[in-house]
Design a protein around this ligand. Structure first.
Ligand SMILES: Cc1cc2nc3c(=O)[nH]c(=O)nc-3n(C[C@H](O)[C@H](O)[C@H](O)COP(=O)(O)OP(=O)(O)OC[C@H]3O[C@@H](n4cnc5c(N)ncnc54)[C@H](O)[C@@H]3O)c2cc1C
Length: 411
């Protein structure tokens, strides 16, 4: 076994750091209102349901354009899409590294915009899309085409296979009726990947089909966005009433949409886990630094066991989870996702929890100032708290682990 980080990935980290300092940090510094205590206000259009302001999204787009020009944005994508075929282990190390640098334009929390793109839908389309759909892949990378992911419904989240949205074939078309909830990114999406039951009964894995629905399709409405713990929001409620799409809107095969959903969540779960480890280590390191400087009763906080032990505990957990994330990412580079699905769940569950615990502890060690927006811990907590629910909640990750452990789910 060789636990050394591959030299080419180490070299990539070095050039990423240099690129961020020369190309991204100046842009961030010229736009401080999006990153300091004014963050929420500067980013949020309160009069448009709390969705992101156009200027803020434009800043993120400029960051991505610069990263693409410098050859970093597509790093994880296959060579035929202009990437370097980076792989899961490389991405895990890079995402951990970027999160460990703290918050900033290089790796923003709001919609996981990063100088090294996380492209779950591009990866999904590359693996499964056919015919004309493949022409959308390049504009998806450059941001001209944006595809949201519509799986969750008002009455079905964890039990997504019980979905009530239905699609019925009508000649060369399909007619979709139903509703979606927390359909992220609909504020700027050109298409929504809508999952609908086309056959079978509630709970069946087969019989769910994914449709690529243009967001301006007749019958698709967004009645409102959900206001969330971290603002702005882009989490739409969506209603589909008699939405008609051609048969060519089916992505992958009729009845096989669940495979696409699994592909999407596996991509996201391991990346989130890596970011969780990085941000947790950032919170730990900042707390150690502060505890060395801050004195109470004339003595640095760092000398108090009550300060040391919780941080030592988190540091131990970070090391454990980091190794699980790396090993799982390494396995993902060698095996089908479904063969390591329980490991991905373990890593995601523990890393998300770790990130939240580390942000919470950092607030505690920093005392009152830790609770203010002069420090980034509330922002980190607000964002990472979401992951304990969204990519399959922690109960659902544990259910997956238990399913493999007890043999209810077979590899
Ligand atoms: C910010 C945000 C962004 C999101 N973005 C998207 C998106 O882009 N696309 C999309 O499709 N969805 C999205 N979601 C939805 C997300 O995937 C769901 O919220 C999640 O799957 C949980 O479903 P639910 O909210 O319906 O909770 P429920 O399924 O109702 O679960 C409620 C609670 O019960 C627990 N629970 C449920 N079943 C069991 C069980 N069998 N055993 C033990 N405990 C159980 C859950 O873990 C949870 O704690 C987003 C959600 C949020 C908050």
């Amino acid at each position: 076994m060789d636990f050394a980080i591959p030299s080419e990935i180490l070299a990539t980290l070095g050039s990423l750091d240099a690129f961020i300092e020369t190309e991204i940090r100046p842009l961030e510094n010229a736009n401080r209102q999006y990153f300091d205590h004014r963050r929420e206000n500067a980013r949020t259009n309160w009069d448009a349901d709390g969705t992101p302001r156009k200027e803020w999204e434009e800043l993120l787009a400029e960051m991505r354009r610069r990263a693409d020009r410098a050859g970093f944005l597509r790093w994880s994508l296959p060579k035929e899409l202009g990437g370097s075929g980076g792989g899961n282990l490389g991405m895990a190390i890079i995402r951990e590294h970027l999160a460990h640098k703290g918050l900033g334009l290089h790796n923003d929390l709001q919609n996981e915009s990063s100088v090294v793109g996380n492209f779950p839908i591009v990866q999904m389309f590359h693996a499964y899309a056919k015919g004309e759909q493949r022409a959308l892949i390049e504009p998806m990378i450059t941001g001209e085409v944006r595809v949201a992911f519509g799986l969750t419904e008002p009455d079905h989240g964890s039990d997504a296979t019980w979905m009530e949205t239905q699609a019925v074939r009508a000649g060369q078309e399909w007619v979709i009726d139903g509703a979606k909830r927390f359909n992220s990114g609909m504020n700027h999406a050109t298409h929504d990947l809508v999952f609908a039951r086309t056959s079978g009964k509630p709970g069946d894995a087969k019989g769910i089909t994914a449709f690529l629905v243009p967001t301006d399709a007749k019958g698709l409405e967004i009645p409102y966005y959900h206001w969330t713990f971290n603002m702005p929001t882009d989490h739409a409620e969506v209603i589909l009433r008699g939405v008609r799409v051609p048969h060519s809107a089916v992505v992958h095969e009729v009845g096989e949409g669940l495979r696409l959903a699994q592909h999407f969540v596996h991509e996201n779960r391991i990346r989130q886990a890596a970011s969780g480890v990085g941000v947790a280590q950032y919170c730990i390191d900042e707390s150690v630094k502060y505890a060395r400087e801050r004195k109470t009763w004339g003595v640095p906080l760092a000398e108090r066991q009550a300060i040391q032990f919780p941080l030592a505990d988190l540091h131990t957990e970070a090391e454990l989870v980091r190794n699980l994330v790396y090993k799982t990412a390494w396995q993902l580079d060698r095996q089908d996702q479904l063969h390591v699905s329980d490991r991905v769940s373990m890593a995601n569950y523990r890393a998300n929890l770790l990130a939240c615990n580390a942000a919470d502890r950092a607030m505690q060690v920093h005392g009152g100032i830790g609770y203010t927006r002069a420090k980034p811990f509330e922002h980190i907590y607000r964002h990472h708290r979401r992951y304990r629910i969204t990519e399959g909640s922690e109960e659902i990750q544990l259910r997956n682990v238990a399913g493999h452990l007890f043999g209810y789910i077979r590899r």
